[in-house]
Design a binder for this molecule. Structure first.
Ligand code: GDP
Length: 357
């Protein structure tokens, strides 16, 4: 079903970062909600702890259907937890779990301390990112056009409103320059390696969001190909988002699987505060699309899952599992090595994130 020539590229994982109240949560809600509201069947898939936006829907929404065959990733997987704390504590193989980031700035407020922190973190991890200048609907006199592309809505605004937006926009360009980044409005960027693309959006009206999704796809395509190769039939490997008590299941772990396939019955090694836990997958759970009907049927039980995906694992002895730690499938031949590696990775994350996270 996916428009992909290369079945071996997995979905890129995206994290939204930025200053408190600049709109991270609203943006993620909008990405989840607008597809559903638009009644596009199959536009998004709700995972445990993440939302996947399918490539077909991104292309359709942006009105660029002629470009369909140019894309080789299946879509974008947004981690539902925003913030740079999530970015730094969620790792994979010593790097960040997120392949791409969105830094959100309130266009009316400009840069704030957490905006600058986000940029420094992304620089350190060398993570490709885009900046969104949010809350354009708050510009005095703005005429909203629900879910429109930025250029479409921009061209329909009065000259005064456009000038106002441009002025605020160039303040952000200036701030980015002061932080060491050249940037430009996304539609004027010819080389995303040299310039950061900035996309004016409204997380409330959805304006600019089709453009954001398209630019993210473009970045994934250009810079991530080598990171996104994975072994679909290899052993599962993931990062714990959350350790959670579930009624009737006991302690479970919500993970993002970023490589391989995980199956029911697999032996897994799970990072914990003490020695890594060795246990067996009792159940793999995805959100039940009909989940609202009854609480007991909140989850759908599946036999196996393949990266990239957010999934809940039910297994014995998970009480001491640690969020941010690694989960890896193992067999009797390699389990000792894997236990050692999971432990080492955990030490590394704890040292480099320190107490500030
Ligand atoms: P977070 O702290 O970064 O997650 O920010 P939130 O998503 O909670 O947003 C903070 C406030 O700004 C909330 O009251 C949102 O409704 C509001 N907000 C977020 N995005 C927009 C936007 O694009 N336009 C307007 N008008 N308000 C927004």
């Amino acid at each position: 079903m996916h428009i992909t020539d290369n079945e071996n590229l997995r979905t890129p994982i995206v994290c939204v970062m930025g200053h408190v109240d600049h709109g991270k949560t609203t943006l993620l809600d909008r990405i989840r909600g607008s597809s559903v509201a638009a009644g596009e069947a199959g536009a998004i898939t709700q995972h445990i702890g993440a939302t996947e936006v399918m490539i077909d829907s991104i292309i359709e929404r942006s009105g660029a259907s002629g470009m369909k065959n140019n894309f080789i990733v299946p879509g974008l997987l947004f981690i539902d937890t925003p913030g740079h704390h999530a970015f730094t504590s969620l790792r994979s193989r010593g790097g960040a779990l997120a392949d791409l980031a969105v830094v959100i700035v309130d266009i009316n407020e400009g840069f704030m301390p957490q905006t600058k922190e986000s940029l420094q973190i992304l620089k350190r991890f060398k993570t490709p990112f885009v900046v969104v200048a949010n809350k354009i609907d708050r510009i005095h006199g703005w005429q909203p056009h629900e879910s429109a592309s930025f250029l479409e809505t921009y061209n329909k605004q009065s000259e005064r409103v456009r000038t106002d937006l441009d002025n605020k926009f160039y303040e952000i360009v200036g701030e980015l320059y002061n932080s060491g980044f050249n940037s430009e409005r996304y539609d004027r960027v010819s080389d995303f390696q040299r310039n950061i693309g900035i996309i004016p959006i409204s997380a409330v009206t959805g304006e600019g969001i089709p453009d954001l999704l398209m630019v993210l796809l473009g970045l994934a395509q250009k810079f991530l190909e080598s990171n996104l190769h994975y072994n679909a039939s290899g052993p599962g490997e993931g990062t714990i988002l959350e350790v959670k008590e579930e009624k009737g299941l006991g302690t479970t772990i919500d993970i993002i699987l970023y490589d391989g396939t995980l199956k029911k019955g697999d032996t897994i090694v799970v990072g914990s505060l003490g020695e890594p836990i060795q246990t067996k997958v009792r159940a793999l759970l995805k959100p039940n699309p009909m989940g609202e009907i009854s609480a007991e049927e909140k989850f759908q039980n599946v036999e196996s899952v393949t990266a990239a995906i957010g999934v809940k694992i039910s297994a014995p002895n998970l009480d001491d599992a640690l969020s941010g730690a690694t989960v890896r499938a193992a067999n009797p031949e390699n389990i000792e090595t894997i236990v050692k590696e999971v432990q080492e990775e955990l030490d590394e994350v704890q040292i480099s994130t320190g107490t500030t996270g």
